[in-house]
Design a protein around this ligand. Structure first.
Ligand code: ADP
Ligand code: ZN
Length: 602
């Protein structure tokens, strides 16, 4: 309600100011004088006509003109009228025109009182009208302020986005569609309505969305999820409606919703229980997304760094069913981002962007842009003509200190541990026949989930999985911790997620797929309904004894597999060390690079 309060107060202020000005303007210069001063002015012939009213005496000085009618009086002396019998005589004696007042200050009264009153009434009516619209309080005020305007000519294209090659490849199809929709519609192909860009803040999600608009030359609508959730009830849903109305009118176009999570949190979650306003807004968004035709040419891009809290309804087919990971840049990408941002900046030839990139693991694109800017400002402050390496060093130190506080940078030991851990996963995957091939290993800290990651691509879509495949999947998951154990003779918390997943697989083998001799071909657990249940499993009825047995067998599987994994890694130790070192150096390896290293042998 604060906004509303401020609003009316400011109007009141303006009205008051106008009122005072009006008063001043309408009243001529008045000299309030005492009765005796008034009389002496008469005696001195300063006044040659007097208006006598019931309470006041007003003395005018006539201006000499050729015209018959007297000009507007030049000066005015006013004094309260005193019961003076000699007054008329006195005035007549000095040849003063005596005018009986017809008490007609009517016009002035009108102007100085009625006008402001009318003015106030006007404001009041204006406000009432605003409030009345839609019955939603002051909502329309907020609405007009938040009018979402399409941006065109953003001046951003894919060249402005360094790195993020995978994201660019995925988005290329959208651009193609926006440019030549006929090509797609001719064959009835459907383009995704909603694409979710997932990644930590500052990695360039907004930039990518703008670049898609820039590349395809279509209007760009941008709004943040938190903008939808305003203080006035009903506004969020109205804004969504408004947004889609405009987008439909401007199609083909791109609608970008930043911070989707603040609007699309799972319904009914959170401490306060339901949040009506947010729920309404979310429902409106879902309705709009379902409502518009697939190939109308409106593509919705949304960004979030917390995909796990999104309402599952948002992720269903026909909504945000395509996800693109926009991750922190690796070494190569950081060099490229630095190059983009140092364009147009006078940098000394002694500055090596590669060295800067090496010193800034964990930095996002936004951090790097900030870094270049800070360094430039430092150089300006020192009065230098060029930005030199010392300024970059100083700027890095400053930003790193800030990031360390936010726990976003790994120290050297941590980085080393993560490198061996990830190489462990990748190597075990290589030495297990059925395991999915390594697609990418990275130790760039991620905002989401694990510290580093090893991406495996499924070689083919599978409906059936053999026991061997499941066991080897467990092997790959255990490979991370195995490597840590072998190299450092120490284990860390970094494997929690791996162990969780390995345990889940082992448990489903034992209790769901009937792959355990002791428990037999019996299912004790059911796959939980993903949308209804939080956990992975749904329990059936079984005895405590059976539960104990399941736990024992799960543990046995994990322990046995761990032995095998360690055996593999000890055999491949030279390879493990070599690849981990390269990974430490490069921060990321793609499948080609990894295959080449394995091929060379340890
Ligand atoms: P997000 O939306 O992911 O939070 P932004 O797109 O707003 O991040 O990025 C903030 C700024 O960081 C951008 O305006 C740009 O200057 C810089 N930036 C981020 N990623 C990149 C990149 N890959 N290439 C160039 N600049 C980038
Ligand atoms: Zn791991």
């Amino acid at each position: 309600m604060e906004k509303k309060f401020q609003f009316s107060l400011s109007y009141l202020f303006i009205a008051l100011a106008i009122f005072i000005l009006l008063q001043n303007w309408l009243s001529p210069q008045i000299n309030n004088v005492s009765y005796s001063q008034f009389k002496s002015h008469v005696a001195e012939k300063k006044i040659n006509s007097v208006v006598i009213s019931s309470t006041l005496l007003k003395g005018y000085e006539k201006v000499e003109t050729d015209m018959k009618e007297p000009m507007f009086p030049k000066a005015l002396f006013v004094t309260p009228r005193i019961d003076d019998r000699n007054l008329v005589d006195f005035l007549e004696k000095h040849g003063v025109d005596i005018i009986a007042a017809n008490e007609n200050t009517f016009l002035r009264t009108l102007l100085s009182w009625i006008l402001p009153t009318l003015f106030f009434v006007g404001i009041w009516m204006f406000m009432m009208k605003r409030m009345g619209q839609g019955g939603g309080g002051m909502m329309t005020l907020g609405k007009s302020k938040a009018k979402i305007i399409a941006q065109t000519d953003l001046g951003v294209d894919f060249n402005s986005v360094a790195g993020q090659e995978e994201a660019k490849v995925e988005l290329a199809e959208v651009i193609e569609f926006l440019k030549t929709p006929e090509k797609f519609t001719r064959l009835g192909a459907k383009i995704p309505k909603g694409i979710l860009l997932v990644g930590p803040p500052g990695t360039g999600k907004t930039l990518l969305a703008k670049a898609v608009a820039g590349e395809s030359g279509v209007p760009f609508f941008s709004i943040s999820g938190s903008d939808f959730i305003e203080m006035f009830v009903g506004l969020g849903a109205a804004r969504v409606r408004d947004l889609f109305e405009q987008a439909n009118a401007k199609a083909p176009c791109i609608v970008f919703i930043d911070e989707l999570d603040s609007l699309g949190k799972a319904r009914g979650s959170g401490m306060m229980g339901g949040h009506d306003e947010r729920e309404q807004t979310l429902n409106q968004l879902l309705a709009e997304m379902d409502g518009f035709e697939v190939n109308k040419g409106v593509v919705i891009l949304a960004a979030t760094n917390r995909p796990e809290i999104l309402d599952p309804a948002l992720l269903r087919p026909g909504r945000f069913d395509r996800h693109i990971l926009v991750d922190r840049p690796d070494l190569k990408e950081r060099v490229a981002i630095l190059a983009v941002h140092s364009k147009g900046i006078k940098i000394s030839p002694d500055v090596d962007l590669e060295i800067i990139a090496r010193r800034t693991p964990g930095f996002t694109g936004a951090d790097l842009a900030n870094l270049v800017n800070e360094a430039t400002l430092l150089a300006v402050r020192k009065g230098k003509d060029l930005v030199e390496a010392t300024e970059f060093e100083a700027a890095i130190d400053r930003i790193v200190a800030g990031l360390e506080k936010k726990n976003r940078v790994l120290n050297e030991t941590e980085k080393k541990t993560v490198a061996y851990h990830e190489t462990g996963h990748a190597l075990v995957a290589t030495f297990r026949k059925t395991a999915e091939k390594v697609h990418k290993i990275s130790i760039v800290p991620r905002g989401i989930g694990a510290l580093g990651y090893t991406m495996q691509l499924p070689t083919e879509d599978r409906f059936l999985m053999s026991k061997t495949e499941l066991l080897e999947k467990i092997d790959v998951l255990l490979g991370g911790r195995g490597a840590e154990k072998i190299i450092f003779n120490e284990i860390t918390t970094g494997a929690q997620n791996d162990l969780q997943r390995a345990t889940d697989i082992a448990r489903s083998m034992v209790a769901m797929y009937g792959m355990n001799e002791k428990l037999g071909q019996v299912t004790y657990l059911q796959q939980a309904n993903q949308f209804l249940q939080q956990g992975l499993f749904q329990q059936k009825e079984f005895s405590d004894q059976t539960a104990l047995l399941i736990d024992e067998e799960v543990r046995k599987i994990i322990d046995e597999r761990m032995v095998g994994v360690e055996k593999t890694l000890i055999e491949q130790r030279p390879l493990l060390e070599k690849i981990a070192k390269v990974l430490l150096e490069k921060e990321a390896l793609d499948d080609e690079e990894f295959k080449a290293l394995v091929g060379e042998g340890g």
